[in-house]
Write a protein that binds this ligand. Structure first.
Ligand SMILES: [Zn+2]
Ligand SMILES: [Zn+2]
Length: 423
C-alpha cells in the first residue's frame, strides 16, 4: 500500500524509500510483470505528480502520463494480501485484492492482529447470511491508522482497537448508549470486508479506542468479540452480583472470558464442556466447579453443586442442547443470557415450561456498546483481571483455515490470533 509518496527531502522526485516501497508492494502483489514495474519506476522518476488510484501525490504529471499510469498501473501499490472465502468448508484463498477505500467518517488500519472466532466458522461453513463468495472474514482486530477520512476523529499513526459492532453514532440507539443495537451498524467481517487482510477499513471510527501501551496487539485482538460480549453480558444483561453462582455452558472464548470476568466480579463459577482438557484449563483459571456434559446431565450436576440452581447461566454455543441445559440448571428467578450465536435459521426447541414455572428471565445479548471499552481496558491495564489465558497461539494469515476447520469438532482451550499477515 502506498501511503506516502511525496517529494524527497531535497524536493526531487520520489525518494529511494518510496521506490523501495513500491518495489516491495509490486513484488508482493505479483500482479505486475517485471518489465512493467521498471517502466513504472521510470515513469515515476520523470513525473512530478503521480496519482496511483486514489492516492494523490504532489508532483505535476502530464495528463497523458497520469492517464497511462492509471490505466496500466491502477492497482499497483493499492493491492493487499487477504484471506478470501471462495468455497464454503474449503481453505480460505490467499489473494491479492484491492486495498480498502478509506471511509469519509473512518480510517484504514494496517492490521496488527486479528482473532479467529467461532462466528467466522459459521460464515466459513456457509451458515451466516452475510458470508458469500469473495467475503473477507475478521471482526476482532487492532492496528495502526494509515489513512484517515476527512471526518475521522483518529489520526494516522494512532494504534486502535475496534469493537466488532461499529455503531453510527447518530441514531437513537447510539445516542442512548446502546450502540451495539445500532440499526445502521457495520460489522467488518460480516457484510463489510474484514481484517483477515493486511488492511481493513473501519467507518464510524468514533467506536475505536486507543490500544493501551502495555497491551500487545495479539492480546488486544484476543479480547475480540468474546471478552467484550462477556463483559456486557455479565454487567448489563445478567447484572451479576458478588457471591452468585454463574454457570457457563461452553468454555470456548466466550466461556473462558465469562469465567475470568465473573470471578473478578466476585461470583462463583461452574463451567460446562465436553472436552476434559478445557475443563482442566478452566479449573486452573479459577473455576469453582467443572462439569463434563459428555459424562453427566449437566443441569442436574449444576443444581447439585449450587444447592438448587445457578442464579445466572450463560449459554455460549448457540445450540439446542446447551440452551436447554442452561434453562434447566437455573434456580427459581434465575437469569439465562444467550450469548452463543444460533446458526442457520436459529430455530431451537427450548423448554418453555422451565422458563415459565421457574419464572426465569431470558436475555439475548450481542456485543458491547463501545463506550464500555474504557472500563474493561482499565481493569485489564490495572491488573484487576488477567486475560492472557484468552490467547492460546499466534498464527499466520494462511493458518486461519486450519483453525476454522478445527472448529467443526471440539477445540483446545484459548483463541488463535493472526499476527503474521505476510504469510
Ligand atoms: Zn447508530
Ligand atoms: Zn468474534
Amino acid at each position: 500500500m502506498l501511503r506516502s509518496i511525496g517529494k524527497d527531502a531535497e524536493g526531487r522526485g520520489i525518494s529511494a524509500l518510496t521506490r523501495a516501497r513500491i518495489a516491495a508492494r509490486t513484488i508482493a502483489a505479483r500482479t505486475i510483470a517485471v518489465h512493467r514495474h521498471i517502466e513504472l519506476m521510470e515513469l515515476l522518476e520523470r513525473s512530478d505528480e503521480v496519482q496511483l488510484g486514489r492516492h494523490e501525490c504532489k508532483w505535476p504529471l502530464a495528463d497523458a502520463s497520469r492517464l497511462r499510469l492509471r490505466v496500466e498501473f491502477g492497482s499497483i501499490g493499492i493491492a493487499m494480501r487477504a484471506a478470501v472465502v471462495r468455497n464454503f468448508n474449503e481453505d480460505l484463498s490467499i489473494e491479492t485484492v484491492s486495498d480498502p477505500a478509506c471511509p469519509d467518517n473512518g480510517v484504514v488500519l494496517e492490521v496488527a492482529a486479528c482473532g479467529v472466532c467461532r462466528s467466522d466458522y459459521h460464515g466459513w461453513v456457509g451458515k451466516h447470511p452475510r458470508i458469500e463468495d469473495g467475503s473477507i472474514l475478521g471482526h476482532e482486530y487492532c492496528g495502526t491508522v494509515v489513512e484517515a477520512g476527512p471526518r475521522a476523529m483518529h489520526r494516522i499513526g494512532d494504534r486502535l482497537i475496534a469493537p466488532f459492532i461499529l455503531g453510527c453514532g447518530s441514531c437513537r440507539a447510539c445516542q442512548t448508549g446502546v450502540s451495539n443495537t445500532c440499526e445502521h451498524q457495520i460489522v467488518p467481517g460480516f457484510g463489510w470486508p474484514g481484517a483477515y487482510a493486511e488492511y481493513v477499513a473501519a467507518p464510524f471510527d468514533h467506536n475505536l479506542v486507543h490500544l493501551p501501551e502495555k497491551m500487545t496487539p495479539a492480546l488486544a485482538a484476543g479480547l475480540g468479540c468474546r471478552v467484550t460480549t462477556a463483559w456486557h453480558a455479565l454487567t448489563d444483561r445478567a447484572d451479576v452480583k458478588a457471591g452468585e453462582w454463574v454457570a457457563v455452558h461452553g468454555t470456548g472464548g466466550i466461556g473462558l472470558a465469562i469465567l475470568l470476568l465473573a470471578k473478578m466480579l466476585g461470583a462463583q463459577v461452574v463451567v460446562v464442556d465436553v472436552v476434559e482438557e478445557k475443563l482442566a484449563h478452566a479449573r486452573q483459571h479459577g473455576a469453582d466447579a467443572a462439569v463434563n456434559a459428555a459424562e453427566t446431565d449437566a443441569a442436574e450436576a449444576i443444581r447439585e453443586i449450587t444447592g438448587g440452581g445457578a442464579q445466572v447461566s450463560i449459554e455460549a454455543l448457540g445450540i439446542e442442547a446447551t440452551t436447554n441445559a442452561s434453562v434447566d440448571c437455573l434456580a427459581v428467578l434465575g437469569r439465562h443470557v444467550h450469548v452463543g450465536m444460533p446458526s442457520g435459521s436459529g430455530m431451537l426447541r427450548v423448554n418453555m415450561r422451565a422458563i415459565y414455572t421457574k419464572q426465569l428471565s431470558f436475555f439475548g445479548t450481542r456485543g458491547m456498546p463501545a463506550w464500555k471499552y474504557s472500563s474493561l481496558l482499565g481493569m485489564i491495564e490495572r491488573g484487576d483481571v488477567d486475560i492472557s489465558p484468552m490467547l492460546a497461539r499466534e498464527i499466520t494469515l494462511s493458518g486461519a483455515s486450519a483453525e476454522l476447520r478445527a472448529m467443526s469438532g471440539p477445540t483446545p482451550p484459548g483463541t488463535a490470533v493472526i499476527t503474521d499477515l505476510t504469510r
